[in-house]
Design a protein around this ligand. Structure first.
Ligand SMILES: [Fe+2]
Ligand SMILES: [Fe+2]
Length: 389
């Protein structure tokens, strides 16, 4: 009886602990805390994964109850040993499912992609200097409502437009894993304009970070120097959650090392300043990030950054930082590379200068002649709005 009790405790604790650890591991994957913060409905998935580990403990409890009940009734205690054996089997199956499941998942998200055409990542040592640049974000390749034709047209227009580099600012695929969204994106982008990419929140899911780094860009934040033009890529997946102390210190060092008269462009996936809307289910505000406006925007605006280009919101917008003197840091939103369009904004940022909903396209930045000319274009290259800075 005592041995049976010890066995019951061991067989209860091991799967419960396994479930807890698996849930912690999955929650800790890049981009997942942000997912839960912005879409709280997904929290229940992790709770369910953890709670399933308590199933054997529950069955052992029922077994003990059956034993007490049948002994009290004077009935043969056949049912009690039977439920106990079932509980032991469930415990073994449960533990094996956690162990084998997480092992298979780990191997799958760390599998090296094979058979993909090489992607031409922009390299200032080899490629043309950065003078004529294209920016777009959020093609969401693989999403059923994505406008794949617009995505393909933008890639084609940029390829034939004489651009020196194409900056694609995240949410390249609808999901980093599972599926083949990245593979399809890589095939589309092969043999085109040299690209520079950022990882978006969708690319990071679920455990998509390894595949993203392998296929598109090993660095989540980086600096590209092309003469007196500097592009700084930041890792901002959802919000301030990924802008940690290490990245902040790196940014401070880099901004302070760039001469004031040089041109500095910062790219991020998630927006800092932007108009937007309140998402009806989660009630989360997809506009002006209070934390990033407090903690990051002053560094950029006082640090000589000329332009910040972001995606995440699926519309076009141009904004200018308030009260920063000459010239104000410009902000552009270009999450218009094919992902399902956002609803029309219900919040207008104080910094908003121009806004266009429901239009796919990209941003053209021309740095020739010692000035910066921004042109929002549709997928065919037709100009929609120009800003001369
Ligand atoms: Fe997106
Ligand atoms: Fe996004």
């Amino acid at each position: 009886m005592k041995n049976r009790a010890i066995l019951a405790v061991v067989c209860s604790i091991i799967p419960a602990l396994s479930g807890f650890l698996v849930a912690i591991y999955l929650y800790g994957l890049e981009g997942t805390p942000g997912l839960v913060r912005w879409m709280p409905k997904y929290a229940r998935l992790f709770v369910m994964i953890a709670l399933a580990g308590f199933t054997p403990a529950l069955v052992f409890g029922l077994s003990a109850l059956a034993h007490v009940f049948l002994a009290h009734r004077g009935a043969a205690s056949f049912a009690a040993p039977a439920t106990f054996i079932i509980a032991v089997i469930i415990s073994l199956c449960c533990t094996a499912a956690y162990g084998l499941g997480i092992r298979a998942f780990y191997l799958a998200i760390h599998a090296d992609p094979v058979g993909l055409p090489p992607i031409h990542r922009y390299d200032p040592a080899i490629d043309r200097p950065l003078v004529h640049l294209a920016f777009a974000a959020d093609p969401h390749i693989g999403h059923p409502a994505a406008n794949g034709a617009a995505t393909e047209k933008i890639v084609d227009t940029v390829k034939n437009g004489g651009y020196d580099a194409f900056f694609i600012l995240g949410d390249i695929g609808e999901m980093g894993y599972p599926g083949t969204d990245f593979e399809n994106a890589a095939r589309l982008l092969a043999n085109g304009t040299p690209i520079v990419t950022l990882m978006g929140n969708h690319d990071s899911l679920v455990g998509g970070g390894y595949r993203y780094r392998k296929i598109f860009n090993p660095d989540l934040y980086f600096r590209i120097d092309s003469g007196r033009v500097h592009v700084i890529g930041l890792n901002i997946l959802w919000d301030e959650g990924s802008f940690d102390k290490t990245q902040r210190a790196w940014l401070e060092r880099n901004l302070s090392s760039i001469p004031e008269d040089d041109t500095t462009i910062v790219i991020t996936h998630a927006f800092i300043r932007a108009s937007g809307y309140t998402e009806p289910t989660s009630k989360m505000d997809w506009f002006d990030s209070a934390a990033l406006i407090r903690d990051l925007a002053p560094m950029l605006e006082k640090g000589g950054v000329d332009l910040v280009v972001s995606g995440h919101n699926h519309f076009m917008e141009y904004l200018e930082a308030p009260g920063t003197g000459k010239p104000a840091t410009g902000y552009a939103i270009v999450g218009t590379m094919g992902g399902k369009m956002d609803p029309v904004r219900t919040h207008v940022s104080d910094c908003s200068k121009w806004y266009l909903a429901d239009q796919t396209g990209f941003l053209d930045v021309d740095l020739s002649g010692g000035r910066m000319k921004l042109t929002f274009r549709d997928e065919t290259g037709k100009p929609l709005h120009e800003i001369l800075r």
